[in-house]
Design a protein around this ligand. Sequence first.
Ligand code: PAF
Length: 281
Amino acid sequence: MEIITSSRSMTEWANSRLYSRETICLVPTMGYFHEGHLALMREGGGLADYLVVSLFVNPRQFGPTEDFEKYPRDLERDMRLARENGVDVMFIPEMVDLYPPDFQTEVRVMELSRPLCGASRPGHFDGVTTVVAKLFNLVKPHVAVFGEKDFQQLAVIRRMVADLNWDIEIAGHPVVRESSGLAMSSRNSYLDEEGHRKALSLYRALEFAAEQASGGATDPTLLEKQIKEKLAGLSGAEVDYVEIVQADTLEKSKMINHNSLLVLAVRIDGIRLIDNRMLLR
Ligand code: PAF
């Protein structure tokens, strides 16, 4: 596995692959790999001739009071896991390389970035789209893989790619869960044992909602209310949002149907976790 740490070398590497008519898959990450990341890498490995994984903890997608400084990092372990999972190149750029002091451009997807996580984390998606746009320009992938746990992020990136006419296929990978049902996330590492137990309430809420929907529930507002009540009864849990939206537009569902997606964000002992699932499969 090759390690590339400068944007110039990344571009040179990508250009020589393109010159040889070879294809590139990119899996963008912020590191601290878990099984969810590894699943993206394994999928990505089968989608192109070369698999590039970028590792960059992007300050622009963290709010001023968020966990940028303490975001978990373990570079040695990440490099070993990447090597073991078929990664050809790890791109680990320096902060000053991606954001030199005179940097002043932002990429924003106006509508899709606004609701849900965009409402509770102002500017978050502008940071994501700006860095992903830069990564796309440097790595020049034919295909890029993102996890469906960050469903809104995936929708925002698909919109950006379509709006900016990039010829890049965006592949979504289903949520990877622990055997308990908890969606894998680097932020799970902040939870103690009790926090882990409480965090299962997110998964239970999704399961409950899916049961209600397949049992004939059609009113999204009523179902959202029931879920919020269940979560409110749990000590240490603070609901950020619980919404049933149309999976393609992220607009509120008027009625539960086969395009209805339940998305939720809940703070467990102060740790913000997100999850989602289609209500009818
Ligand atoms: O999903 C993530 O880990 C990040 O938002 C991403 C896409 C790597 C951009 O920093």
